[in-house]
Design a protein around this ligand. Sequence first.
Ligand code: MRU
Length: 345
Amino acid sequence: MGSVSLSAGQRPDAHPDVLSPVFWRDGKVVLLDQRRLPDQEIWTAYDNWEDVARAISEMEVRGAPAIGCAAAFAAALAWRAQASATVLRAALRAIGATRPTAVNLGSALHRIANAVASERDPLAEANAIWAEDLAACRAIGAHGAALVPDDAVILTHCNAGALATAGYGTALGVVRAAVTAGKRVRVIADETRPFLQGARLTAWELSQEGIACEVIVDSAAAHFLSRGEIHLAVVGADRITRNGDVANKIGTAGVAAACQTFGVPFYVAAPRTTLDPAMESGARIPIEERATDEVAIVGRRVVPEGVKVRNPVFDVTPARLVAAIVTEDGIHRAPYAFSTARRNA
Ligand code: MRU
């Protein structure tokens, strides 16, 4: 196992035309440590599944599609270390428990289990999951760009970009595709407390490509919406249920409600792997709660000792607040009826 610190331009990217935070190279899973951005660009190559599982739960790699890819590669590592059904089952259980909300994680592991059961190479399956995600993001971008007018100011929450996927991104894929289509766009990124995916990751990713971006505190979004300074919002998703309810980063439901209040369209961009047609509505989506120190400590402790802190890291936006959901198949509008057939198509 090796850990390398590299400057920009020296990325160990097996796919130089795309920024990918997770990929397979030379028998190892390579991850970009997203806890260290934007100050440091640290890539680590892991050769055992336990380290990758830890990297997922500690958010070294994050974002629903990216953790699906990392989980698949971790399971492939487990199988390569010891081709035993018992060992693989234990690894799948442990990797599957790392983060509960993103459905991509469980479905990727399911695909690896099926590959092994039908005597196919789990690593080839993991690489297929990666490649399919990249292709899905590009298609989402192409469809979603049609929703972006020229001279648009786009609000986004969290990071649903290249850093959260195999590459290119979902919500930021829409931004990228609009820019490629020649549209002028400016992004307003919610900082996204407490992990600061917007301030650290979305701002870093967009600035790498020269796409205009301003960061605001989460609570400023309604202010800019109320003044007509934002033309649309687009976010990613961790799980979308059959009726179109959307689990995404905590704060998303508030953004959607403010968008509705001020008459601004609120769009969700996500690959089919984020659909959970087996779940009827968002009420049953498991919401991850993380360590309370993520909230209580901002450089130093800001919440008095002894005061209780809660840290749910996702919320559910009801389908009625969503103007459209963009997948690789196209633009979907209510009433949503995502079926198993669509997801596995
Ligand atoms: O806790 P995170 O950073 O994994 O949460 C990520 C999000 O909420 C993203 O918006 C979502 O996973 C979509 S990523 C394309």
